[in-house]
Ligand binder design. Structure first.
Ligand code: UDP
Length: 332
């Protein structure tokens, strides 16, 4: 299979590239390195079946050529990370909506199947936990920057489903819940790499709000497996699937776990949301997926538990920190 992955040098995209190459696919990626990093794909750059284009998906002629060359498209290119979204809402809305419009329009010309990566953010302030794909999406006020992300991805979903209904372009929508593992950067606000880096460097571990809010963290390898199975499944077309773990942990407990597993002396501090993000910031108290639909469809069940995930992330960042320290002392 010839596979196009937009956002292929991002955290999830690079793991998906690895997995597709492993099963024998020819992999094409396009990424503008806005939140992705070349480091994520450096190990693949000389692979005979790996082809990378450093460009934005908004570049129509380039994107068109790649779409034409491939059989299927995983559309992962997006502005992600709560910090990035709060700080750059214009970039977020434009990247997410225009990018998806471009890819769907191009894919439609040759009826190439598209899997759209959406997000659990679309459930917004819903309290109907666990979230089901057919449940209500409850958006917050438009004056709060965070919700622009949820709305932009909800538009992406509407558009993908509309292309299927109206134009018979095969599309699948996947709502990714908190996905974690090596290569994820804490730069745009994600909690696990942030806590791990803080714990390893002895800096305070910053728990936002009361720390009583909870999340479910799923290993990127498990998520990538689900994406590939859903892409391969003809019956998944025109459907929306939650993909994630349903094992819930509060952020305070997560901070303690990271501190223990990293053997860290860091203190755990509470930081008010207003200071962490912006005034009036709204967080979700709980975010738990109902994963029975994807389980029934493709047998998805997360394999790696939270301790295993955290150990892999700690190992990844320990290696990095060692390298960074070496670099600094060499410079000195
Ligand atoms: N969070 C935190 N400290 C940090 C970064 C995040 O306490 O340094 C909290 C954040 O407020 C949220 C949870 O951890 O309640 C998960 O945050 P993340 O940005 O990883 O994902 P999302 O909010 O999209 O679920």
């Amino acid at each position: 299979m010839r596979v196009l992955i937009t956002g292929g040098s991002g955290f999830i995209g690079s793991h998906l590239s690895d997995a597709c190459l492993q099963r024998g696919d020819e992999v094409f990626i396009i990424d503008d390195l806005s939140t992705g990093s070349f480091e994520n794909i450096r190990h693949l750059k000389d692979h005979p079946r790996f082809h990378y284009t450093i460009e934005s998906v908004h570049n129509q002629p380039v994107a068109a050529e790649l779409v034409d060359q491939c059989d299927v498209i995983f559309h992962l290119a997006a502005a992600v990370g709560v910090k990035l979204i709060v700080e750059s809402p214009v970039h977020t809305i434009e990247t997410n909506v225009r990018g998806t419009e471009t890819i769907l329009a191009l894919a439609n010309k040759k009826k190439k199947k598209v899997l759209i990566a959406s997000t659990s953010e679309v459930y917004g302030l819903s309290t109907e936990v666990p979230f089901r794909e057919d449940g209500n999406l409850v958006m917050g006020a438009t004056t709060k920057g965070r919700w622009s992300y949820a709305c932009s991805k909800a538009i992406d979903e509407f558009l993908a489903l509309a292309y299927w209904r109206e134009k018979k372009l095969p599309t699948v929508v996947v709502r990714l819940f908190n996905t974690v593992g090596p290569r994820q950067t804490g730069q745009y606000g994600m909690v696990i790499p942030t806590f791990v880096k803080q714990a390893l460097s002895g800096r305070p571990i910053t728990v936002y709000g009361s720390g009583e809010q909870s999340r479910c963290f799923c290993y990127v390898g498990d998520v990538v497996g689900a994406l590939m199975k859903l892409m391969d499944d003809e019956q998944a077309v025109g459907e929306v699937f939650n993909v994630g773990s349903n094992h819930e942990i509060t952020i305070s407990d997560l901070a303690r776990k990271v501190k223990d597993l990293a053997n860290s002396e860091s203190e755990i501090v509470l930081v008010p949301y207003d200071e962490a993000y912006e005034e009036g910031f709204e967080d979700m108290p709980r975010r738990v997926p109902d994963i029975s639909k994807v389980n029934k469809q493709v047998g998805f069940q997360p394999q790696m538990d939270l301790d295993g995930i955290l150990k892999s992330v700690i190992e990844f960042h320990s290696g990095r920190q060692g390298q960074e320290n070496k670099g600094t002392s060499a410079q000195r």
